[in-house]
Design a protein around this ligand. Structure first.
Ligand code: PMH
Length: 385
């Protein structure tokens, strides 16, 4: 476990590594044994912390990691993660040498890319590749059998290149209507059929497909959101075959508590006016932490009670209406459970009119992530909890 830095502000995100492990195991248990689990840890593991999440997922049975960019793969290597890492997004062809050095698997998504990469690959350096087929996502990938065949030929004729995988990505696997999903799947199968030989790792499923579509598992699945304990969509939530536990929670502590008299105002614009005498607390978290202004009115949990954010959210602070006078230092849970109450990531996503994926991602790097295992904080670094 990487040592965590000290921090001096009582605002933190807590990531439960046991939940991540349980989620991986539960999802794996729902897959045929021979299907490999690729843990998607791009974007700092959806805001959860890249190497910590990666190690937890690997311990629970994942056999490969996937990230969006080369920088993310290199960050994992720097932190000592040695497992295979696939870069899902476009990398620059001139960066193949660093990928070769670090044993990072790259995605081939265009013929020109491959030609350039072969040209710049130095000496007898070798690299593993996965071919990305675009079956309807319209993002990156090969769109025709001709291009696919030509790419396969180029890879196979160059002994420095290993064709390790081939994959596609679904646009609608999280919807109950399967029409478009089925079109993509059948196009993928059709294109796979044109290859001379299937590489060892064929994959197409994200979380939704891995959980809901047994016909699309091939020999690996790429799971992100469900590993973090979140449903891929609200639409399929009631149908999910496994129980998931949300790993990410967010907390702060009251730094100032005061009584406001009727008529007194709160925050920029003085838009909030106390309609009666009330208790107000200040939390050291604001929009620069990703707790954006649109969250005005959202509740936080204090002593197990819902307490609304009042007035405008500032860059580093926001104010809450307290249920009663409480001491400075009292914990406020912005995401997570207190007593009988729970504020889920889905609740925050709904208020922000977005999807749950976005919520932990937008909690900025200014908020330290601390890690929980067997109910305890690992590497406890200050007076928290
Ligand atoms: N594979 C690819 C190529 C992806 O882009 C993603 C997620 C996943 C697998 C994992 O999906 P899951 O989290 O639903 O399991 N990509 C994105 C994205 O680009 N925007 O939101 C999720």
């Amino acid at each position: 476990m990487e040592e965590q830095g000290f921090f001096y502000r009582d605002t933190w995100a807590e990531v439960d590594l046991d939940y991540i492990k349980e989620n991986v195991k539960a999802i794996k248990a729902n897959l045929p044994e021979e299907v490999d689990f690729i843990a998607v840890v791009k974007a700092n593991a959806y805001g959860h912390g890249d190497s910590q999440t990666a190690e937890a997922a690997l311990e629970a049975g994942a056999s490969m990691l996937a990230v969006a960019f080369m920088d993310e793969a290199l960050a994992l290597r720097k932190k000592g993660v040695t497992a295979p890492v696939l870069v899902l997004g476009a990398s620059r062809p001139e960066d193949v040498n660093i990928a070769a050095e670090e044993g990072v698997i790259l995605t081939v998504f265009q013929e020109e890319w491959l030609a350039k990469a072969r040209e710049v690959l130095k000496g007898d350096a070798s690299i593993s590749l996965h071919i990305k087929i675009d079956t309807g996502m319209g993002r990156i990938g090969i769109r025709s059998a001709e291009e696919l065949k030509s790419i396969e030929k180029s890879i196979r004729e160059d002994s420095r290149l290993e064709l390790h995988g081939v994959y596609t990505h679904f646009a609608t696997a999280d919807e109950l209507d399967e029409t478009y999903f089925k079109e993509q799947l059948s196009l993928f199968k059709e294109l796979l059929g044109t290859l001379d030989e299937l590489p060892p790792c064929v994959h197409s499923s994200n979380s939704a497909a891995a959980l809901m579509h047994t016909d699309a598992q091939f020999n690996a699945v790429r799971v992100g959101i469900a590993m973090y304990g979140l449903t891929p969509s609200l639409e399929i939530e009631p149908e999910l075959p496994v129980r998931l536990n949300e790993a990410f929670t967010l907390h702060s502590r009251l730094v100032h508590v005061k009584k406001l008299e009727k008529g007194q105002k709160v925050s920029y614009g003085a838009t909030y006016e106390a309609a009666e005498d009330i208790w107000v607390g200040t939390l050291p978290i604001g929009y620069a932490d990703g707790w954006i202004r649109r969250l005005q009115g959202q509740e936080v949990l204090i002593n197990g009670k819902r307490s609304p954010i009042i007035g405008r959210i500032c860059m580093d602070q926001c104010m809450v209406r307290l249920p009663e006078e409480v001491p400075v230092g009292t914990i406020a849970t912005l995401i997570g459970e207190q007593g009988e109450e729970m504020i889920s990531i889905n609740e925050i996503a709904k208020r922000l009119e977005t999807i749950n994926y976005e919520v932990p991602c937008i909690i900025s790097s200014r908020v330290p992530r601390i890690y929980k295992q067997q109910g305890k904080i690992v590497d406890l670094n200050n007076s928290l909890l």
